[in-house]
Ligand binder design. Structure first.
Ligand code: ADP
Ligand code: MG
Length: 341
């Protein structure tokens, strides 16, 4: 075969292979878009574990009529313009790939109204064809994205979908993580028409009350809270005490600049701290929030952004390890057993 350029739809479908692994990855990308758009009320409606439908409705800033088509195009983003922007990134998205990828493997309807527009508009496109049609619609300020029949045109991917129940569990996990890092926003989750979860933001948007809502009052009551700032890095964490040592790893959460991470360096630092204070610990429970100057961390390492690269890995590792260690030591000493909140 001679060398040929991939058609745009095939290029999108190949990119979708990286970004859209399963329904939960669609939910993650769409929620991140809603949060980047400043939404503080987000509803998620799932049908059949996301196999059939994933619908996300937000009250964010919306997309103008003449940008709807662009929003669905690959490498189109409102979040960065230059490399310098990428190096100082504060938004969750920047690749301009999610909507293009998702729409290439589903039947996607995007309905939106920015505040400045008196009426809403709707764009519809169907996977392979990628022919976008635009028509007027009714919608309050904000955006609704409806993703139907995920992977209908990529049978190989579809085959890898697990049961409704399993896929829905992955979705719940994504919502938990995003809710934990966005206490300022309210989230509502429905499955097959039934309300499953509801996290309402309190007035202060406090982390502690969101953690209690997501992980339970018991976790927050038994956890020790840490807050440390060092050389521009700030760490706020709730660390499970010994009572929780045997809990499973579904109680391990870490966030860097508001992004949920399963970063090896962070996990290692925390584990090492627990081990040094309490010996071998199976699966400690913790929620760790770190903020660091965006220029000291590269988020463009992984298409789904699960990992980051720190400019000064050693420093970050030792900082986390020492902060966690100090806090655990404090509660493990009998005379100082009262956790300070
Ligand atoms: P990225 O998030 O990397 O920019 P996406 O493909 O996820 O790429 O989205 C493309 C663009 O569409 C975004 O940059 C944003 O301008 C717009 N957009 C997507 N979702 C929303 C939303 N819920 N509200 C407002 N704008 C949105
Ligand atoms: Mg995005």
């Amino acid at each position: 075969m001679p060398i040929q350029l991939l058609s745009p739809q095939l290029a999108n479908q190949i990119a979708a292979g990286e970004v859209v692994e399963r329904p939960a990855s669609v939910v993650k990308e769409l929620l991140e878009n809603s949060l980047d758009a400043g939404a503080n009320r987000i509803e998620v409606e799932i049908e059949k574990g996301g196999h059939k439908r994933i619908l996300i409705r937000d009250n964010g800033k919306g997309i103008a009529k003449d940008e709807l088509q662009l929003a669905l195009s690959r490498h189109a983003t409102s979040k960065i313009v230059t490399l310098d922007d990428l190096e100082h990134i504060m938004s969750l998205g920047f690749r301009g790939e999610a909507l293009a990828s998702i729409s290439s493997v589903s039947r996607l309807t995007l309905t939106s109204r920015p505040e400045s527009q008196s009426e809403a508009w709707q764009a519809y496109c169907e996977g392979r064809e990628m022919a976008v049609t635009i028509q007027p619609a009714a919608h309050p300020k904000g955006t609704t994205i409806d993703v139907a029949d995920l992977f209908y045109n990529t049978p190989a991917r579809r085959k890898f979908l697990r049961t409704e129940k399993t896929e829905f569990q992955h979705i719940e996990e994504v919502i938990k993580r995003i809710a934990l890092s966005n206490p300022q926003a309210s989230f509502l989750l429905k499955h097959n028409g039934k309300m499953v979860k509801r996290y309402v933001a309190d007035k202060q948007g406090s982390l502690a009350s969101r953690i209690a809502a997501v992980l339970g009052q018991k976790f927050i009551e038994n956890a020790v809270q840490v807050k440390v700032d060092y050389q521009g890095i700030s760490l706020t964490a709730w660390l499970g005490n010994e009572v929780m040592l045997r809990s499973s790893n579904d109680l391990q959460f870490s966030f860097v600049n508001g992004r949920s991470m399963r970063d090896k360096l962070i996990m290692h630092a925390i584990r090492q701290a627990y081990e040094s204070v309490w010996g071998i610990v199976e699966q400690p429970a913790f929620v760790v929030y770190m903020t660091i100057d965006p220029k000291d961390v590269d988020v463009n390492v992984h298409p789904a952004k699960h990992e980051v690269r720190f400019q000064q890995g050693r420093l970050v590792h030792d900082f986390i390890c020492k902060s966690v260690c100090d806090a655990l030591q404090e509660i493990s000493e009998p005379e100082a057993s009262e956790p300070n909140s």
